[in-house]
Structure formats: C-alpha cells, structure tokens
Design a protein around this ligand. Structure first.
Ligand SMILES: *Cc1c(COP(=O)(O)O)cnc(C)c1O
Length: 375
C-alpha cells in the first residue's frame, strides 16, 4: 500500500523545526508572560515589515482580525459592506455580527476573487466599506477596488487570511487597503499551534483604534473609552510563529514550484487543454500568487474526489456553499445573483500543495486523476 497523501503535512514541517519551536515555547514559559507582551510586539513588527505596513496588531484569530477591523472603522447596524460571495464564512459572518449587511458580489471565474467591475453597481448611500478576499493566495483586482473606494469614499479592508506574502504589482497583501487581516490558523501558510491572527495597516490612527478595541476599549486599564472586546494574541502563539516565520519565503517558493509542476504534468497528460476535464488555477498576472490553495475545476468533481480518496489522496472543497446561500442568512435579505460563485462551489477542488510535497507525490496525484477520467 502506498503512503497516503494528505492535504497538509504539519508533522513533516514540525520535524524540521522542533528545536526552534521548543526553544520558543521554553522562552515564554520561563517568562510566564502569556498575553500580548514582547513576543507579540516582536511578531507585530516582523509581520508588518514583511507586509509593507507600518503597524501590526496581533489578535486572537483571523476571524477576530476581520471583526476588529470592521469595529475599528466604526461599522454599525444598518451599514452595508460589499464583499465576495465566495469565501470562508468569517468574511461575511463578521459583517453580520456587527448588525451590518453584507452585499454579495459575484466572483470572476478566472481567479475566484470578487468581480471588481461588478462592485460599483452595488454601491448605495449606506455602503461604508469594501471587503475583498485574496482567495487561494492570489490578490483581488486591487487597482479597480481602490479606485472605486476612492471615488465613493469607502474603506477597504483586505481579507488576506489566505494571502500572506502575496503581492499586487509589488505591493504586499494587507498594505493596499486601510486595514489588512491575516490568520495564523495552523493550516494557513504561516500557521501557529492554535488560533491567532493579525491586523496590519499604515494609518497610525486606525492602528491605535484597533489596539484600543483589542483590549476592551480601556485606556488606562478599567477606564473604558470605547466598547471593545478581548481580541488579544497569546505570547505562545507569537513565539512559535516567530520560529516559523523565517521559513515562510522558502515555503512559499516550494508552493510555487509545486503549482508549476502540477500545471506542467496536467498539460502533458492532456487533462487541462481546451476540452480537458479539468481547468487549472489561473494567475491574473498582477503579482505573486502564494498558492495557499491549489484549486482546479473538475468535471464530475464529487466522483473525482471520492476516487482520489480511494487512492489515499486527500482533496478538499473550498467552499461547497457560497456565502449568499448559507442557511443562517435565509430571510435576512442578503439574496444576490451570483451564478459564478454557485458554479465554483460545484466545480472546484483543492489538491494538496503544501511545501513538503514531493515531485513523486504530485505525479501520483496527476496520474490518479488521469486514471479517473480514463475509466
Ligand atoms: C482562515 C480564514 C479566515 C478566518 O481565520 P481564522 O483564524 O480561522 O479565524 C477568514 N477568512 C478567510 C478567507 C480565511 O481563509
């Protein structure tokens, strides 16, 4: 029996980092300083610099980064926030949790990102912000989005939870909007040993507001200037992430190589041509794709997934239900026409792309897919 191929092999990664991570944990344990503090501040500086931003605000998760970012710009009940119909739930959930309305825009079929040209038609007097997601590790069309935001005086919050290190004409994810949000969930390109996230930005006033609201809005302690929450980052997460962060560029390069090898092998196999059964992920050409996910579109997607599983190859559907179709939003008036998002939810399949994946494993994935379509 051949070895199974998982979606992600965190044990393989840990094996190469064990000593550094153990030392990081030990450092925090010796300090007995567990919440915020010097480790979090150091990570904030490192991630902000990496993301071409002046400020980083370490938080408890990517979801909380989004919620806190929306709180920071003062999103309130009745406000409208324009976002994509095709993302992880937190993108829309964070808007609704503040009593605001998500206005869903369909995706561009090539990139699976928000169709920037379709945004303007959805702007109303209540629109306060645009929340694009850089899905799979490729940035949305920020040039168009920023131009619209400027014309209508809207905030832009980047959901960069899948896109740390991606860029748009050389400008890093998180640095183009007013606020950028990262997740360090274990499966993300830079993942911790639990939940955490970060907001990055260039505006000192927004950074200060985010810092205030991250810790209940009190300043000084027990004197509350605003109603915030507990969105604080753990020192243990920061220390572990700091041990992993120096390897991020190497991992990103490996993901890029894996994507290139997939494309080459799929084309050689005749699977990804004009009438081939699969469609490869497309790069828009405006910057680095960091391949958080390698999303293909596949004919008979669900059958293919089951076949791969029978061969010990993991794959995953991101996402089976577009946001405007989520049950919890039924009857809330968030209906939208998003046929491309619905099509994507039926056709896309994410294949393993993690850095430690070997060329032989990638070949096995492609060969198995070839075998499936020959059946
Ligand atoms: C992972 C993710 C989030 C949420 O991050 P958590 O750290 O899991 O809360 C939000 N948006 C997108 C697009 C994500 O991929």
């Amino acid at each position: 029996m051949t070895e199974p191929i998982p979606m992600l092999d965190l044990k393989a990664q840990y094996a190469t980092l064990r000593a550094d991570i153990q030392a990081a944990i030990e450092r925090v344990m010796e300090s007995q300083n567990f919440i915020l503090g010097p480790e979090v501040e150091a990570l904030e500086r490192e991630i902000a610099a990496y993301s071409h931003c002046r400020f980083g605000v370490g938080v408890s998760s990517g979801t909380d980064a989004l919620l806190l970012a929306l709180m920071t710009i003062g999103i309130r009940p009745g406000d409208e926030v324009i976002t994509t119909a095709y993302s992880f739930f937190a993108t829309a959930g964070s808007i609704v949790r503040l009593g605001a309305r998500p206005v869903f825009v369909d995706i561009h079929p090539d990139t699976l990102n928000i169709h920037a040209q379709a945004i303007e038609a959805r702007i109303t007097p209540r629109t306060r912000a645009i929340l694009p997601v850089h899905l799979c590790g490729q940035m949305a069309d920020m040039e168009t989005i920023l131009a619209i935001a400027q014309r209508y005086n809207l905030y832009v919050i980047e959901d960069a939870c899948q896109a740390i290190g991606a860029d748009f004409h050389g400008q890093r994810a998180g640095s183009l909007g007013h606020l950028g949000c990262f997740s360090f969930f274990p499966s993300k390109n830079l993942g911790g040993a639990g939940d955490s996230g970060m907001i990055v930005c260039n505006d000192p006033h927004l950074a200060d507001r985010a810092v205030l609201l991250r810790n209940h809005g009190h300043r000084p302690k027990y004197y509350n200037q605003a109603i915030g929450g507990n969105f604080r980052m753990d020192a243990l997460q920061a220390a572990i992430l700091r041990a992993k962060f120096p390897h991020l560029e190497t991992w990103t390069a490996a993901r890029g190589r894996n994507a290139a090898l997939y494309a080459e092998l799929f084309r050689q196999a005749g699977l990804a041509g004009e009438d081939g059964p699969i469609t490869l992920p497309r790069e828009a050409g405006w910057g680095r794709h960091i391949y958080h996910l390698y999303q293909i579109r596949a004919v008979r997607r669900d059958e293919l997934m089951a076949f791969l599983k029978s061969r010990g190859i993991a794959s995953e559907i991101y996402y089976p239900v577009p946001l405007h179709r989520q049950e919890c939003f039924a009857g809330m008036g968030f209906e939208a026409e998003c046929p491309q998002a619905e099509r994507a939810s039926r056709e896309t399949l994410a294949l393993p792309i993690y850095p430690e994946l070997t060329p032989a494993q990638i070949e096995r994935v492609v060969t198995s897919i070839q075998e499936f379509y020959r059946l």
